[in-house]
Each structure stands twice: as structure tokens, then as C-alpha cells.
Write a protein that binds this ligand. Sequence first.
Ligand code: PMP
Length: 401
Amino acid sequence: MDVIADRIKRIKPSPSGAARTIIAKLREEGRVVIDLTVGEPDFPTPSHILQAAAAAANRGETRYTHVQGMPTLREAIREQFLNDFGLDYPVADIIVSTGAKQVIFNGLAATVNDGDEVIIPAPYWVSYPDMVLLNGGKPVPVSAYPETHYKLTPGALERAITSRTKWLLLNSPCNPTGALYSRAELAALMNVLRRHPHVWLMTDDIYAHLNFTAERTVHPLEVAPDLKTRTLIVNGVSKAYAMTGWRIGYGAGPVALIKAMATLQSQSTSGTSSVSQAAALEALSGPQECVAAFRDIFKARRDAAVAGLSRVPGLEVVQPEGAFYVYPSCTQLLGRRTPEGKLIDTDADLVAYFLRHAGVALIDGTAYGVPGTFRVSYANSLDNIERACVNMQLAAKRLLA
Ligand code: PMP
């Protein structure tokens, strides 16, 4: 008898886990691999945050917390939404969970009925479709054009909406492209949603603070405040404060939805780690210089990665405006043969070739829903980024020779 439930058979493990296993194996064999697959900042958590967590533990803040999150932390989150986007949510409309990932999961689990559709602009963060599938929904990926950085267009959104559409999932800045939606682009998309009152909007703003443009990140609700009654905002401390391992994410939305998510959380994980919540409270309410410092480091790396990748023959590179990824198109390198005569048929073949022949680990674009591309994470040192690009230039030249 098969013990595994059918719903689990609909989903697959994340590709970064698979990449980690291959990289570890190659390193064991003595190979040098520059790992550009990583989806997290490579900095330690700032020390004032560590100290706040230790102090909380020593004070005895080691017990269960409120299921929706400590009121002091939710107050700090309220302040952050006010400061960043001018959006005011009472603490009752805010929930703290085990990472932004759990907020998204609970948001979907609390709302998606069998057969409900969720529109996901492609390329997308790998977990979105699987979370929809796990909850009985139907992911509806919508691709746009590389020239416009794969950003969802109003026309494509309009065409994707049906009577079964439950959510539009918007992620800006985007993993894996680094694309950032402008105020005008958001306004055009929100106009489409206005015509379809049954569609809810989930905004994954986890990279909102990693924006390299002169303009601050704009939230869709700033241009369409009337959509607040059907929007779930998702954010967290993982990326902005180098706190991925602490597992703190948060959401804000209509209170009935937040209450349903809290009920689900109360019967599954309960309130998240007390010590992590104390750390997140310090992250949000303590000194903010670290956020700008991380952003500036990432911006210098972005520039180095874009310059280096633009010199790799056969790649088309669009400059990303946020997050810490570049998403080149590699179609010109497909159909080529390696010096040993092996055909590079797909983006996954190319990624395997770069791993073996350039010592650079990447993630293929098929994993993100767009074949003929791949993702480069520049959450790595400038030196490694530059070396990786030179190695890739040489390896690509051999394919084109
Ligand atoms: N959304 C996106 C787009 C992400 O890239 C990630 C992290 N890889 C998350 C959500 C999850 O973040 P957290 O660590 O807060 O769960």
C-alpha cells in the first residue's frame, strides 16, 4: 500500500535543494564550484539583532506567543507598512508566520477551493505553482516578453482572467528576474482588476527593500487603494535584514482573511518562534542602516554581474532593478554542441554544461516556467561573480566555435 497522499504527488521538491546536492558532490570530488544558485543574502544577521534575540531568550521570552504574532512585533510591522507605502493596517489585520512562505501558503490554503485558478506571471518563484496545486487549485502561468523583462501586461492579465480566477500573485521586485513594476505599470494592472471584482490580489513584497532605482518601491495599493478590501500583502525580514534562517514573515489584509489564516495557523504551527519574533522586532524598530548597506553591496554586485554576463557570447541580459538575480535568455546557445560533441538541447543542458565546464552553478529557467533562460543569483562575493562570468565567457565561446 502506498502511504503517500495523492496531494503530495502533485508537487515536487524545490530545484535549489537538488542543486545543493550536486554542488556538494562535485566539491567532495575536489572540484571548484562557484555557487550562483543561492536565494538568500550571504551576510550574517546584523549584531544588534542577534543581541536582541539573546536578550529576549535570557529574559524568558521562550514561551508560546499569540497565534497571530506578538502584539509589539505587529505594531512594528504596522509602522513599516505605514512608512514604506503609507498603508495603515490595524494590528488585528496583521499576521506573523514562519517566513513569507507560510504567509503565502496559508493565504492560499484559506481561500482556494478545488479548481480555483491562480494567475502567476512567469517566470515565477518556484513555490507558487506547487502551493496552489497542493491546495487543490489550478496555477495559471502567464508569460510576457523578455524585452519588457517578463513583466505582466494588462492585456495578458485580462486574457488570463476567468470566472474561476481567485488570485493574481504579483512579485515585485521579482524572483527570478529582478524586475520591478513602475507606478504606471501597476496602475494599468490594477485597472484590469477593478473590472473583475471577484479576483483577489496577493503581493509578495519580500524584495521591496532591494530596489536599486532612484525611485522607492511602490505598492499596488498606493495606486489603487480601493482594492485594499481584496488584497493580501506579504512581506518579511528574510531578504532585507539577512534573516532567512529566523523564519519570520508577515501578512496584512482584510480581517476575515487574516482570521482564517490564523485559525489554520492555530491548528498547524501556532505562533512562530518567540526568539525569532524578538529578533524581527529589533530588525524593524532598531537602526536601519544595515538595509541600505546591504542594498548598496547588492547594487555593486548587480552591476558586476550584468557587465560580466553581457560579455558571455550568446546570452541576452536585461538589467534587473531589484532583488539579487539576473535572468539571461540563452536561446542562441541552444542547439549547439560541446567540444566533446554533446548536444546542448535545453536550458538544463546548458546549466549542466556551465557547471561541468565553467565551475559555475546556476538554476535553469524551465524551473521558473520559462525555457531558454536561467537564473543567476549574485548573493556571492564580487570576486566570485567576476570569476564566474569569465569562466562562462570561455565556456560559451567553446560552444559557438
Ligand atoms: N517569496 C519569494 C519571491 C522568495 O524568493 C522567497 C525566498 N526565496 C520567499 C517568498 C520566502 O521568504 P521567507 O524566507 O520569508 O519564507
